[in-house]
Design a protein around this ligand. Structure first.
Ligand code: DI6
Ligand code: FE
Length: 406
């Protein structure tokens, strides 16, 4: 039976973590065949299809895994918040700083002033840092404009990044990240602007792949998020939600009610709400960088997520305020230690669970027909990515079957 009619590349002598099943879905003495941008075959080397490959090479016993996916970043932004970090280390709370006009609004002012080229240049450095760790898909949110012009500017910069670098960039409209000063006394007026002016323009320009919101006491309440999510669905966009990060605002339930791709943060999500996430197929995205940076003590309900079979993803939440972390390996290392995820849960969290959080079924595992986003590693076992931090482990990154110059 023809497995595939030709192979562009055959990688042999590999230890393969397919992530398709328990125990990392490991295939010892494995091989993987690539045709075009996709995987044509993966399995034990002894069963490689008898077909000529344009190129066949040994990886000398190295591990091969799916390339990594960072499913939650705010990596397009301007300005610097290290001074606030010092204030917080001195005892000021995130909310105090936000209510005093700092926090997100500090970055908003800088981002409104920055040129698209400047935003692009600084974000390019951050996306290259992620690629150097084996990341092949990155989600990038808007949310530091909070006006039509700058939100569109941010999304266009994110799209430009996706065109310029070989990784896949998924863009998310997060105009409901904070209330802009112009609407301080009219939050519902800002929600109307998002629903009736910004969202239609974003959809017309195909600038966003999803819509997100910050459901929190210092941002938007459940009713306001509902208005935005209903409009997003009317316009054909899926949704995801910053949910229950600093308090139980009913965010997880709201995300589940809208069949959200993901509910993110979840530190204050009650275990009773977790069942609704399981029923809706919503992915729980855990963001340990923000948890650690804010000095939080309330952990997400990991035991309830596991008990209900809710997929758990892990992401950097790369942003200048609560998670100035541009390393998915660091996020894995922190998720293992702060949230007590197992190394295998961490690896699943940055591969197939992260793919599901972005609505991308074509990646996140190594199987026939999946996109050939493949990482080749110099480590003794995939668990090392959650164990070590600071020692580069990536030997090679293939994006759509093409080796990427790093
Ligand atoms: N929650 C967060 O932790 C980030 N956004 C959000 O909704 C914070 C973003 C920032 O502080 O700049
Ligand atoms: Fe975030």
């Amino acid at each position: 039976m023809l497995i595939c009619d030709a192979m562009d590349l055959l990688l042999t002598d590999a230890r393969i973590a397919t992530m398709t099943g328990p125990g990392y879905g490991v295939i010892e003495d494995g091989a993987i065949a690539i045709e075009g941008e996709n995987i044509a075959w993966v399995g034990p080397q002894s069963e490689v299809p008898d077909l000529a490959a344009d190129e066949s090479r040994s990886v000398d016993g190295r591990w091969i895994t799916p390339a990594l996916i960072d499913c939650h970043t705010h990596l397009v932004f301007a300005g610097d918040r290290s001074g606030e970090f010092e204030q917080r280390q001195g005892g000021a709370s995130y909310e105090d700083i936000a209510r005093a006009g700092g926090g997100i609004m500090s970055t908003v002012h800088a981002t409104r002033e920055a040129s698209a080229d400047a935003l692009y240049a600084s974000a390019l450095e951050r996306i290259h840092a992620l690629m150097a760790e084996g990341v092949a898909t990155v989600e990038i949110k808007s949310g530091y404009g909070l006006d039509i012009e700058t939100e569109l500017k941010m999304l266009k910069v994110a799209r430009r990044l996706g065109d310029a670098v070989p990784v896949t960039v998924c863009t998310t409209l997060l105009a409901a990240h904070a209330v802009p000063p112009e609407f301080a006394d009219d939050v519902d007026g800002y929600v109307d602007l998002i629903c009736n002016e910004l969202l239609p323009e974003v959809v017309a320009g195909r600038l966003a792949d999803a819509v997100d919101a910050y459901c929190e006491s210092i941002a938007f309440d459940a009713g306001q998020v509902e208005s935005i999510f209903s409009r997003a669905h009317e316009l054909g966009l899926p949704v995801k939600l910053h949910a229950d990060q600093l308090s139980d605002g009913g965010g997880a339930r709201l995300a589940a009610a809208f069949g959200a791709l993901s509910a993110d943060h979840l530190e204050y999500t009650p275990a009773a709400a977790v069942e609704t996430l399981a029923e809706s197929g919503t992915v729980a995205v855990l963001l340990p960088g923000a948890f650690v940076t804010l000095g939080e003590t309330r952990r997400p309900p990991v035991a309830a997520l596991r008990a209900n079979g809710v997929p758990i993803a892990v992401a950097t939440d790369c942003n200048p305020g609560t998670s100035p972390i541009c390393s998915l390996h660091a996020a894995m290392m922190l998720a293992a230690r702060q949230f007590r995820l197992t190394p295998e849960e961490c690896f699943a969290g940055v591969t197939h669970a992260a793919a599901q959080a972005l609505g991308l079924p074509d990646r996140g595992t190594l199987a026939k027909g999946k996109r050939a986003d493949i990482a080749i590693w110099d480590f003794a076992h995939p668990r090392e990515l959650a164990y070590w931090f600071g020692t580069p482990r990536l030997a090679e990154l293939l994006l759509g079957g093409q080796t990427t110059a790093r």
